[in-house]
Design a protein around this ligand. Structure first.
Ligand SMILES: *Cc1c(COP(=O)(O)O)cnc(C)c1O
Length: 500
């Protein structure tokens, strides 16, 4: 299996090379040159495999330069019952007989980012060894919340790596901040940046582009890399759970061999839903991919009318992990639906960079619309959906998954399509406890309560246990208290790495 860049300048790279590089040097994203297909017999044959065995089976089709033993090692270090609190890893929970919630948040940080960031460190270190890399790999992350903690938990104590996370001082929730500043591990570093997420992200980008710092690192046998969702090594593990969902539904007898399902995904950077698209390309019978957005509905508009326009107000919502106006992974979809037309992709991406807007041709638009259906909802609808689902099914949604359920209900109404659906659940409700509590608790109960008291209240009121990754966070010792100005991030990195 070989990989190529969506902007056309790089072809014929091996899996290990693209995972190590992260982004293609021409600015594009790496995609597989073809998509391996599974037959309905293959899917039938997977019914008795564990999640880990399914992961090995799928990963080896895309990573032919890894040995079977290497893939097995990566999978078993990532998906085990020390890190995940559910034996199915990504369990399916029925809401009714046609609607299944796939809980992707049983990993250590209680958000779906763990599904990829638990394995990425091992894929990356294995890639380093396959390519003969001897330098230590330094991962730099700017986070608005979930990615930072998931990356810290994933890279913690992984040999020959270090991880440095910058978070905006006034831009993450109390739970998210606590999760990061209490992180243990001998190779982890965390710093607050005085400013907002853009300041942290711009600072990290500047460090990536700083030739001097690269040279300094190189002479200290270190190399920088990135752990965000443009890395193929983060997308690939996400294909696994969609296939697992299909196989599990078939095994339970909910669907017959070959029967189609719909997949509903609460979307921000377009990574998670793109994995579902690749799953469909592999031959898994998926009818519609339903793309759910919050008030930052740039993708809804794109899927409906073929115009991507980020020139709009950035909305701060109660589903913050979907507050995104540039969905980087959409570039991969465009490359796929145009039949690998790098010229077109380059033009659109240039327009996006220069003007913040591009419009695809009508053929491309129609192809996108054949596959995807899109809608969005605002915060009030999100709260109402959490309340209704709790009242009707005694199932507690987080704010992101609630957006997906809301949009899915709109889809069913608009289309009359009653196909069995899998809804990707991307976070534990306890991770966004104050919004979730607002939806289900009597209002007077929450008066003058801090975030940790609200967690306890939500747990006792609903009878659901607070997951280990969130419980007693306020009692854990603070390990990281570095705070820096946005102009001091470079010095902070060098100090963390002990480079003079
Ligand atoms: C990151 C995230 C999303 C969005 O996922 P994308 O792959 O960026 O589309 C949705 N929900 C939660 C809880 C997340 O952390």
């Amino acid at each position: 299996m070989q990989y190529e860049s969506s902007r056309g300048q790089y072809k014929g790279l091996k899996g290990a090379e693209v995972i190590k590089l992260g982004i293609a040097p021409d600015g594009g994203l790496f995609v597989p040159e073809y998509i391996p297909e599974l037959t309905s017999e293959d899917l039938k044959g997977m019914e008795n495999l564990t999640y880990q065995e399914k992961a090995v089976y799928i990963l080896k089709q895309f990573l032919s330069d890894f040995s079977l033993k290497q893939i097995e090692e990566c999978v078993h270090k990532a998906y085990n019952w020390e890190s995940f609190d559910h034996e199915d890893i990504a369990p399916l929970v029925p809401l009714d007989d046609k609607t299944y919630i796939q809980e992707l948040w049983h990993g250590p940080t209680c958000a779906f980012k763990d599904m990829a960031l638990q394995i990425l460190p091992y894929l990356l270190t294995t890639s380093a060894s396959i390519t003969g890399e001897t330098d230590e790999i330094v991962i730099l992350v700017a986070t608005s919340g979930d990615t930072g903690k998931a990356a810290l938990a994933g890279f913690k104590d992984v040999e020959n790596t270090r991880i440095i996370v910058f978070y905006p001082d006034e831009g993450v929730s109390e739970v998210q901040k606590r999760q990061m500043i209490t992180q243990e591990g001998r190779n982890v570093f965390v710093a607050a940046v005085k400013g907002n997420f853009d300041d942290a992200q711009n600072g990290v980008k500047e460090i990536f582009n700083d030739e001097n710092i690269r040279k300094l690192l190189a002479s200290n046998h270190k190399k920088m890399s990135s752990a965000n969702s443009i890395n193929w090594g983060r997308l690939l593990p996400q294909i696994v759970y969609y296939i697992a969902a299909y196989v599990d539904l078939q095994k339970k007898g909910v669907i017959k061999q070959g029967e189609k399902i719909n997949v509903v995904v609460p979307t921000g950077n377009f990574g998670n839903i793109l994995a579902a698209f690749y799953t469909r390309r592999m031959g898994i019978p998926i009818n519609r991919l339903i793309c759910a957005s919050n008030a930052n509905n740039v993708l809804t508009d794109f899927i409906r009318n073929g115009v991507y326009d980020r020139n709009r107000k950035f909305e701060k919502t109660i589903s913050p992990s979907m507050d995104i106006l540039i969905s980087s992974n959409l570039e991969r979809l465009l490359y796929e639906v145009t039949g690998h037309d790098a010229q077109k992709v380059r033009d659109w991406m240039k327009r996006l960079k220069d003007t913040g807007r591009y419009e695809v041709d009508s053929l491309t638009r129609e192809k996108v619309q054949e596959l995807f259906w899109a809608d969005f909802c605002n915060d009030a609808d999100t709260i109402r959906t959490i309340r209704e689902v709790w009242q009707d099914y005694k199932y507690l949604l987080d704010t992101h998954t609630a957006v997906a359920v809301n949009v899915y209900n709109k889809y069913r109404k608009a289309s009359g399509d009653n196909t069995v659906a899998v809804i990707a659940s991307t976070a534990s409700p306890f991770k966004f406890a104050s919004s979730v509590a607002r939806a289900v608790l009597p209002p007077d109960m929450m008066e003058e309560k801090n975030e940790f008291e609200v967690l306890e209240l939500l747990s006792s009121y609903t009878g659901l246990a607070i997951p280990a990754g969130i419980k007693d966070l306020d009692k854990k010792p603070v390990i990281h208290n570095t705070k820096c100005d946005k102009t001091e991030m470079r010095e902070t990195v060098l100090r963390f790495l002990d480079i003079k």
